[in-house]
Design a protein around this ligand. Structure first.
Ligand SMILES: [Zn+2]
Length: 180
């Protein structure tokens, strides 16, 4: 809980004081996409209801222009406890106990925009499976990314880490924070 990215040479900005786990989380399930010709289904995701409402309005507007496409929720709210589980999993199974390397990949709860419920970020995916695991940057050339750049702010979604951002975070074109 008390790890600070700056102690390990990472400039991840403080995401906010922790909030209690919302009681109105909306479970999003059955989201499908196609990758390498195979139909895949995303794991269940949880979205605070006020953010879910904004997301639905935004996705409706997107689909009005692109009827056969969809903005899928790859990840949204993660409780502080769950974020710690994710961190420890990467620490043990991905980075052999090396905190400095882990913290470049996963943020502690206070530094993750996915754990602060009132302004949780959504990681989007499209129906073609972008961003893909092997080449996440492929989201940058998607129809969805171009549309989000143009219209995301109309629905209070903002790209947190654009290319060349001032805090030196790796670009994450799929990661959009809800900022009412
Ligand atoms: Zn994210």
């Amino acid at each position: 809980m008390n790890l600070k990215p700056q102690d390990y040479g990472v400039r991840t900005p403080y995401a906010g004081d922790l909030e209690s786990v919302p009681l109105d989380l909306v479970k999003v399930s059955g989201q499908q996409y196609t990758e390498h010709g195979e139909l895949e289904t995303l794991d269940e995701q949880y979205v605070p209801s006020h953010i879910f409402e904004a997301y639905v309005r935004m996705n409706d507007a997107f689909m009005a222009e692109h009827p056969i496409r969809k903005l899928l929720v790859q990840s949204c709210y993660r409780s502080p406890a769950y974020q710690i589980v994710v961190f420890i999993n990467w620490l043990i199974n991905g980075y052999r106990g090396d905190i400095a390397r882990t913290i470049r990949h996963v943020s502690p709860p206070n530094y993750s925009q996915h754990t602060i419920a009132s302004k949780a970020a959504i990681d989007f995916k499209n129906i073609d499976g972008r961003p893909s695991d092997d080449n996440p940057d492929d989201f940058k050339t998607s129809v969805e990314y171009a549309w989000l750049r143009q219209h995301g702010s109309e629905f209070s979604f903002y790209e947190s880490w654009p290319e060349g951002n001032e805090v030196g975070m790796r670009a994450e074109p799929w990661h959009w924070q809800y900022r009412p």
